[in-house]
Design a protein around this ligand. Structure first.
Ligand code: SAH
Length: 369
């Protein structure tokens, strides 16, 4: 469908830790400060091409270019809501021609970047466009970091917060995601604090248990969406493998071990999981856990028939949680106008291009980034 941008065999420079880059410079008989200069180009100036690195001798740039790939991700399409300071969705082309998407959401003095961890997803949650497009592959560490770099370049600064809520299941690509988190967290690089990085999971218990041992202060978010096994298995098939009781026990252990508050995401779907009784049940199951609930009205997707409840129903659900002293907030879906629910933009673009039709949506503009 699309052409390859790079020879896929070269490792991505954005997948290296600072120590690994120092080691490569040493192998090339370079002083340590060269690694520092290159790191600066990568993570403070968001370099997209070796030729930008003016203070690095040409010979070294050439030697690096033979060993490492620099452009790990490229923005091919940008879709923004009208006006300043609004949500922007980027479609990102990967070196092998695959696509993922990311969303930049400015709100309340922060800029949150929502990134992908896989191309597609294996988990098939009923209302998520990513899963329904099927799974293609895991992203490499350098591709995950690369998404932050292209967004930072477009923004002119490192985003203040990062969430793994784009395409894919981060705990199903554990090693690459954790390696990326450590690079993004590096105090001499992007320096994005671990507390500002959220890993969101549909409930992969072994991943949650592993994450508890990492000694990292990252935020953990669980996509819960239902207060009982029958409904959760219908909405999130992964619940058949990792049922609610075991998941909540893993969460309780995680919170105890790390001292961190866990956020439970609950997408409200009209007539499915939005009754006051279900709110009450939710409060009961979460009471033993150091938890917070994020209520998100469903964002309509073509692949799922459900819709969001009306505002009074959402408010009534929230009231039950508050009366039960569960810390809960209502998150108004940002980016509805830009297909911000998982996988929507990629899916639409693929359908459009596979059909060979022209892209007619005026909000999608090709960027020459
Ligand atoms: N696999 C991870 C991260 C990706 S999904 C996870 O499951 O957490 C990020 C969040 O968006 C999840 O909470 C997911 O359930 C939610 N989501 C997906 N499609 C949605 C939609 N159409 N409306 C509202 N939330 C949606």
């Amino acid at each position: 469908m699309s052409t390859s941008l790079l020879p896929p065999s070269l490792p991505l420079i954005h997948g290296l830790t600072r120590d690994q880059l120092v080691e490569i410079c040493r192998e090339l008989d370079q002083p340590t400060y060269r690694a520092r200069q290159i790191w600066d180009w990568l993570y403070h100036r968001f370099a997209a091409d070796w030729s930008e690195m003016k203070n690095i001798p040409l010979g070294l740039r050439q030697a690096l270019a033979q060993r490492l790939a620099l452009a790990s991700a490229t923005i091919t399409h940008t879709q923004s809501e009208a006006g300043e300071g609004t949500t922007t969705k980027f479609l990102i082309a990967l070196p092998d021609g695959d696509w993922v998407e990311e969303v930049l959401i400015p709100a309340r003095g922060r800029t949150t970047l929502c990134i992908s961890s896989q191309v597609g997803c294996k988990f098939n949650c009923a209302f998520c466009a990513s899963g329904q497009a099927g799974f293609r592959r895991n992203l490499e560490t350098g591709e995950i970091v690369g998404q932050v770099i292209v967004a930072a370049r477009s923004l002119g600064a490192t985003p203040s917060n990062l969430v793994f809520m784009g395409m894919g299941e981060p705990l199903d690509n554990y090693d690459a995601v954790l390696a990326a988190v450590r690079i993004i967290n590096d105090a001499e690089g992007l320096s994005l604090g671990a507390r500002r990085i959220t890993i969101s999971t549909c409930g992969i218990i072994p991943g949650i248990q592993r994450l508890a041992q990492e000694g990292l202060q990252v935020e953990l978010s669980i996509s819960l969406h239902a207060p009982d096994d029958a409904l959760r298995s219908r909405l999130l098939p992964v619940n058949r493998k990792y049922p609610l009781g075991d998941l909540l026990e893993a969460c309780r252990a995680y919170a105890e071990q790390t001292g961190r508050l866990i956020t439970f995401e609950y997408t409200l779907i009209q007539g499915v999981n939005d009754s006051p009784e279900q709110a009450h049940e939710l409060a009961c199951i979460l009471r033993p856990i150091h938890a917070r609930v994020n209520l998100i009205p469903l964002s309509t997707v073509a692949e799922f028939e459900g819709r969001a409840p009306t505002a009074p129903v959402v408010q009534a659900f929230l009231n039950v949680l508050e009366r039960a002293r569960i810390n809960a907030t209502l998150r108004i879906s940002k980016g509805g106008g830009v297909d911000a629910a998982c996988g929507q933009l990629r899916r639409r673009m693929i359908q459009t291009t596979d059909d060979g039709r022209q892209i007619t949506d005026r909000r999608i503009q090709t960027t020459d980034n």
